[in-house]
Design a protein around this ligand. Structure first.
Ligand SMILES: [Zn+2]
Ligand SMILES: [Zn+2]
Length: 345
C-alpha cells in the first residue's frame, strides 16, 4: 500500500477540508517535494472567500512554499533527493506566440502549468516548473523567506515596469503583502521619496520598518493633499496601485506628476471598468501600465534579491501554524488579522 499524507482542499468558498490521500508519485520530469513551509497569500484568501475564475473547486489548496526533494521522476536533471528547493507555482511553455516574444507572463499555456496543493505534506511539481522555474535554496536563506519567491517575483515584474530612479518620488498605495514587498524593494532603489498610503496599525508599522519615508494613514489622511505637500504640487513620478480597488485605480492618476508612470497592479474583478480623465493622460503625458504575473527573469531577480539583496522580510510573516490549524488561519485572514501566516505541515 502506498504511503499517505495530509493535504488541504478547498471544497467550496469558505470550506477547507483536510484529507488523507496517497503521497503522489513523480511522473516523467516531475519532482515530489516535501513541503517545509507554505505561506498564505492574498489570492488564496480571495479564492477562499469567493472562488477564483482560474480554479475549479474542489481543488488542492495553497501555492507558496519551500521544501525538500522527496522523490525524483525520470529525466529530471539537476535535482536529487534531499535538495532544498524554492519555486514559483507556474512556468511558461516557451513555445507560444507570447513566450517567443519574451512575454512569458502572458503564456497561452500558463493555466495548464499551475501548481496547487502547498498546504500539504507533499506536493507534485509538474515538469514545466521543474525544468524552468525550480531552484535550489541555499542554506543561508530560511525556508520561510524562500517561500516568498512567488509574490516577490510578481513585485519584481512591477518594479521592472516602474523602473524607479533616484530622482523619482514614488507613491505606493496599499500595504498588503504585495504593497509591503514593493516598499522593501523600492527602498533598494533609493528613490528621492518613498511615500506609502496604508491602512491599519500593523501595516503602517511594517511599511515604516521597510523604509517608507512617509506613511500616510489612508483611513484618515488626504492622500492628494499630502502628496502635493511633499512634492511642491508636482505629484509623484511613479504611482503604484496595489489595492485592487476600482476607486483607488481611478483616484491614482490624480497623484501622478506630469510625465508620470501609473502602475496598476491590484487586479479588479472580472467585468470591471474604470474611467480616467483623458486630458490628463494626453496633455500630461501619463503612462498607464497594467502588470500581471511574472516572467522567468523576474523570478531570477526575486531569488537574487532574497539571497543577496540584504532585505529583511520576516515582519511579513505574522505567525506560524500547523496544517491542522489551516481553517483557523483562514478565519484570521478573513477577519483581516495578520499579513501572512506560515503553515508547517
Ligand atoms: Zn501568492
Ligand atoms: Zn508560452
Amino acid at each position: 500500500m502506498s504511503k499517505t499524507m495530509q493535504a488541504a482542499f478547498l471544497i467550496e468558498p469558505g470550506k477547507i477540508e483536510l484529507r488523507e490521500i496517497p503521497i503522489p508519485e513523480p511522473g516523467k520530469g516531475e519532482i515530489i517535494a516535501k513541503v517545509h513551509t507554505a505561506l498564505t497569500c492574498g489570492t488564496d484568501l480571495k479564492t477562499y472567500r469567493r472562488g477564483h475564475p482560474k480554479v475549479t473547486l474542489p481543488s488542492p489548496f495553497g501555492h507558496e512554499f519551500s521544501g525538500t526533494v522527496y522523490d525524483v521522476g525520470q529525466d529530471v536533471n539537476g535535482f536529487k533527493e534531499g535538495d532544498n528547493l524554492m519555486t514559483v507555482f507556474s512556468a511558461p511553455c516557451g513555445n507560444c506566440y507570447f513566450c517567443k516574444r519574451g512575454d512569458e507572463h502572458l503564456c497561452a499555456e500558463l493555466k495548464n502549468s499551475l501548481m496547487f496543493g502547498a498546504y500539504a505534506e507533499y506536493i507534485r511539481i509538474p515538469e514545466p516548473i521543474v525544468s524552468k522555474n525550480l531552484f535550489s535554496k541555499p542554506h543561508s536563506l530560511s525556508f520561510r523567506q524562500a517561500a516568498l519567491l512567488e509574490p516577490l517575483s510578481c513585485v519584481m515584474h512591477g518594479i521592472d515596469e516602474a523602473s524607479p530612479s533616484e530622482d523619482d518620488t514614488v507613491l505606493l498605495i496599499g500595504a498588503g503583502t504585495i504593497g509591503l514587498l514593493f516598499t522593501a524593494v523600492l527602498k533598494t532603489f533609493h528613490p528621492k521619496k518613498l511615500i506609502v498610503a496604508a491602512r491599519g496599525e500593523e501595516r503602517i508599522a511594517i511599511a515604516e520598518k521597510f523604509g517608507a519615508d512617509i506613511v500616510i494613514d489612508a483611513a484618515k489622511g488626504d492622500i492628494l493633499k499630502e502628496v502635493h505637500n511633499l512634492t511642491d504640487g508636482m505629484g509623484a513620478n511613479v504611482v503604484i496601485e496595489s489595492t485592487g480597488s476600482k476607486e483607488v485605480w481611478e483616484k491614482s492618476i490624480e497623484y501622478s506628476s506630469k510625465n508620470g508612470k501609473l502602475i496598476l497592479f491590484g487586479g479588479l474583478p472580472e467585468g470591471s471598468s474604470v474611467t480616467y480623465d483623458a486630458e490628463r493622460i494626453h496633455y500630461d503625458h501619463i503612462r498607464l501600465q497594467g502588470v500581471f504575473h511574472y516572467r522567468r527573469k523576474d523570478v531570477t531577480a526575486a531569488r537574487e534579491l532574497l539571497i543577496n539583496g540584504g532585505i529583511h522580510l520576516e515582519p511579513l510573516i505574522t505567525d506560524e501554524y500547523s496544517l491542522g490549524d489551516l481553517k483557523k488561519v483562514f478565519r484570521f485572514l478573513d477577519d483581516k488579522q495578520g499579513i501572512k501566516y506560515a503553515i508547517l505541515p
